[in-house]
Design a protein around this ligand. Structure first.
Ligand code: C5P
Length: 224
């Protein structure tokens, strides 16, 4: 499809810190509108996982770039298939989240993942979730949302998710991890996490998922 047609395909960009619930909200919004969904964090997690498997350090940008460019990944409904194997659970661990935030500081890695992210933009529309969706990847997004919640609420949500999966978790450690990841994501010089101008600020600390989804859908309708 030519560029001018692609630029007509609406994008809803949802950015925010880790464990803010933006993934759940973004998926629900996509479902309600029949739009495609991009979980951009999964791409950074995959680079974290593959580099780990290959013994490449997260500081080694030169080796990470080709790996990011050549990621053999297929997004299938709610599963992520890496080189023919289901990697959906392997990328969700706290350790891979941390590695993802370490590989994500390199501009070359971010650049290498750009085209792949743009390719998710197809009719009838896309809901993209990440840190730089509204600022860098889809600056022309129709609706931009900065979705957040207090660090305590986010740690509690992450805690419940882990326990529900049968993974043991410790609140203090989780709080510490979230704070570290927030600092790294907001403090890096390339594509830091930030609320871009024109974005709607949504604090979900005291909202249900339904309320948050409703609010994003309302903003999207208002943008027409
Ligand atoms: O959203 P999620 O927790 O899966 O993202 C993992 C890490 O990937 C984030 O902490 C962040 O460092 C990085 N990331 C990013 N840009 C994005 C999405 C994720 O830098 N668009």
């Amino acid at each position: 499809m030519n560029t001018s047609l692609v630029s007509k395909i609406p994008v809803i960009a949802i950015d925010g810190p880790t464990a803010s619930g933006k993934g759940t909200v973004a998926q629900r919004v996509a479902l309600a509108l029949g739009f495609h969904y991009l979980d951009s964090g999964a791409l950074y997690r995959l680079v974290g996982l593959v580099s780990f498997q290959k013994g490449i350090k997260t500081s080694d940008e030169a080796q990470l770039i080709p790996l990011a460019k050549e990621l053999d990944v297929i997004f299938q409904e709610d599963r992520i298939i890496l080189a023919g194997e289901d990697a959906s659970d392997a990328i969700r661990t706290e350790a891979m989240g941390l590695r993802a935030s370490e590989v994500a500081i390199h501009p070359g890695v971010r650049e290498a993942l750009l085209t792949r992210q743009h390719n998710f933009r197809s009719a009838p529309g896309l809901v993209a979730d990440g840190r730089d969706m509204g600022s860098v990847v889809f600056p022309d997004a129709k609706t931009k949302v900065y979705l957040t919640a207090s660090v305590e609420a986010r740690a509690e949500r992450r805690y419940k998710q882990l326990i529900a999966k049968g993974i043991s978790a410790n609140m203090e450690v989780l709080l510490q991890d979230l704070r570290e990841r927030d600092a790294r994501d907001s403090g890096r010089s390339h594509s830091p996490l930030q609320a871009v101008s024109g974005s709607h600020y949504l604090d979900t600390t005291n909202l249900t998922v339904d309320q948050a989804v409703r609010q994003v859908l309302d903003w999207y309708q208002d943008s027409h």
